[in-house]
Ligand binder design. Structure first.
Ligand SMILES: C[S@@+](CC[C@H](N)C(=O)[O-])C[C@H]1O[C@@H](n2cnc3c(N)ncnc32)[C@H](O)[C@@H]1O
Length: 202
């Protein structure tokens, strides 16, 4: 770990410690963004590929490092997380953005949204803990009851993580995948995958 990491960790701790104390979310969320290099690449991708007014939903949004990034202002944004303590913290941290109508947060998961048109649906950095059959069912829930343009997810190949998903089943919904980037994780590699509709320029 280098100087930048410890500086950013200190800054994040100073900013979020009071929320962790109040809401009791996991210490994982205290890790700075520089330890998750995929975060900025996903944000850059969204800024370049999307346009103002497009909708983005992030499932498993944590403390909003992706979905609540200020450079995504102008997109219609919603963050979902299954942990109440995480969403309660988001609602306080991003009170102004919520009041301004820039973003919404909701306790939930893949089955939460229904009948929505979503240009970019993101689920990164948690599916490696969930068995393939269940992941398939979770995507069935969201893809069969909404109109989703792109799915952004990740595939982690490491002996430290229980499951490495290839997301090939997304072909059945008309998606084809491209790799946005590869990132070192402990004992392996994380790939960020963008799945867009076949023949479309992603
Ligand atoms: C490791 S954090 C990643 C947060 C964010 N995606 C990021 O990359 O910075 C994983 C988050 O996913 C949430 N989560 C885990 N399983 C979930 C599920 N089945 N549905 C919704 N959220 C989930 C956790 O509560 C946690 O906040």
């Amino acid at each position: 770990m280098n100087v930048v990491y410890w500086r950013d960790k200190f800054i994040r701790y100073s900013k979020y410690h009071k929320y962790q104390k109040k809401f009791g979310f996991s210490s994982w969320h205290m890790e700075p963004v520089c330890s998750k290099p995929y975060v900025n690449d996903v944000i850059e991708y969204l800024k370049n590929a999307g346009k103002q007014g497009d909708s983005i939903v992030e499932c498993g949004c944590g403390l909003g490092d992706i979905i609540a990034d200020s450079s995504l202002e102008g997109f219609k944004r919603k963050g979902l997380d299954c942990k109440k303590e995480v969403i309660k913290a988001d609602e306080e941290i991003f009170r102004k953005e919520i009041q301004d109508g820039d973003i919404r947060f909701e306790i939930g998961s893949f089955e939460t949204i229904k009948g929505e048109k979503v240009d970019y649906y993101i689920a990164v950095n948690f599916l490696h803990n969930i068995a393939p059959e269940q992941v398939k069912n979770m995507f069935y829930d969201v893809l069969s009851s909404n109109e989703i343009g792109h799915v952004i997810t990740d595939s982690v190949n490491s002996s430290d993580y229980p499951y490495c998903h290839d997301f090939d089943f997304l072909c059945d919904y008309g998606f084809s995948k491209k790799c946005l980037g590869e990132y070192e994780v402990q004992n392996g590699i994380r790939k960020i995958l963008v799945n867009g509709k076949c023949n479309e320029n992603m």
